[in-house]
Write a protein that binds this ligand. Structure first.
Ligand SMILES: C[S@@+](CC[C@H](N)C(=O)[O-])C[C@H]1O[C@@H](n2cnc3c(N)ncnc32)[C@H](O)[C@@H]1O
Length: 309
């Protein structure tokens, strides 16, 4: 019998020895374990280390996260593995939400460009728009004009335009930086003919304008909660989060003026996060509705007739 030659290790063994994961599933699992050990905060479109790992892996591999299961058994290239490694290192070292690292976020299945000029899209209002605000909006086809107040990235304006095909939409924000991002998203979704961006301090720049529908996701974090924000949230614009002492500084102004900007039978939808009790104390005679959405009651709905003024 010829003596057994000591053969060179195969390519697979060399890759594993060099630390390249054998499969996409392995690399996601490794990435998730590292994120979990680093005790990061989530909540920017993802709720866990595993979700966040999928976002980073999808970007490194150049596919949508929901395509990953189909690729689970494939071997990532060296370049893909290295790209994922760099993203994981940055996520841990900088405590930046994955959406900012990959410059995109998904809301209601729709992709948006994001960077630190806007908060990462995660509005509860998006879940109501999926159902075209049924049953609160009796006939979505009759909505001809809508306002997305505090538009940020323009995500809700784009979702409004997709849900209400006959509506023209104003997307308003006080921040020129946010409006620059909103314009990018409006253009990417080919909606420049239906969505107009407007610089406005709440309704101040919208004098005389009336709408069938207003949606508003204003800053509503209380001063106390702002002081306790995890590092990830501090990468977001303070202007987009800070809602004053009780979180209702913008909400009070919106409620006080909204009636003048709604057509008869018009509806306003306002997001307040965990602020329901505070809103009910601030407006004790209001008949606001609190739809159950995305597992909570973070949004109230009022008709023009329910509003003061
Ligand atoms: C919570 S973010 C919502 C962004 C976007 N609508 C979303 O759902 O992702 C609030 C936005 O309100 C804007 N904003 C803050 N104060 C404002 C004001 N007085 N008038 C208009 N916009 C304001 C901020 O610039 C920020 O873009």
């Amino acid at each position: 019998m010829p003596p057994r030659r000591c053969s060179a290790p195969g390519r697979g063994a060399r890759r594993r020895a060099a630390g390249t994961p054998a499969t996409v599933a392995d690399s996601i699992a490794r990435c998730a374990a590292r994120l979990a050990r680093a005790r990061l905060a989530y909540g920017h479109g993802t709720a866990s280390a595993a979700d966040e790992a999928a976002v980073l892996a999808g970007h490194a591999l150049g596919v949508r996260p929901e395509r990953l299961p189909a690729l689970a058994g494939r071997r990532p290239t060296r370049a893909q593995a290295a790209a994922l490694e760099r993203l994981v290192e940055r996520r841990i070292a900088e405590r930046k939400p994955a959406a900012y690292l990959v410059r995109e976020a998904w809301l209601a299945g729709v992709r948006f460009y994001v960077d630190e000029r806007v908060i990462v899209p995660r509005s509860h209002i998006a879940f109501l728009l999926r159902e075209r605000l049924a049953p609160w909006l009796r006939d979505p086809r009759r909505v001809r004009s809508a306002l997305d107040l505090c538009t940020g990235s323009g995500c809700l304006a784009v979702l409004l335009a997709r849900a209400l095909r006959r509506a023209r939409i104003d997307a308003a924000d006080i921040s020129p930086d946010a409006l620059a991002v909103a314009r990018m998203n409006v253009a990417r979704h080919r909606l420049t003919g239906r969505i107009r961006t407007v610089r406005s301090d709440l309704f101040a720049g919208l004098r005389g304008r009336r709408y069938d529908l207003i949606v508003c996701n204003p800053p509503y974090v209380t001063a106390g909660a702002m002081r306790r924000l995890p590092a990830e949230y501090r990468h977001e614009p303070r202007l987009a989060l800070a809602g004053g002492r009780d979180g209702l500084a913008c909400v009070r102004r919106v409620v006080a003026s909204a009636r003048r900007h709604l057509n008869a039978g018009g509806v306003i939808v306002v997001e307040v996060g965990a602020g329901r009790r505070r809103v009910e104390r601030a407006f004790p005679r209001s008949a606001f509705l609190w739809p159950e959405c995305n597992g909570g009651a973070a949004v109230f709905i009022a008709t023009r007739e329910d509003l003061p003024g």
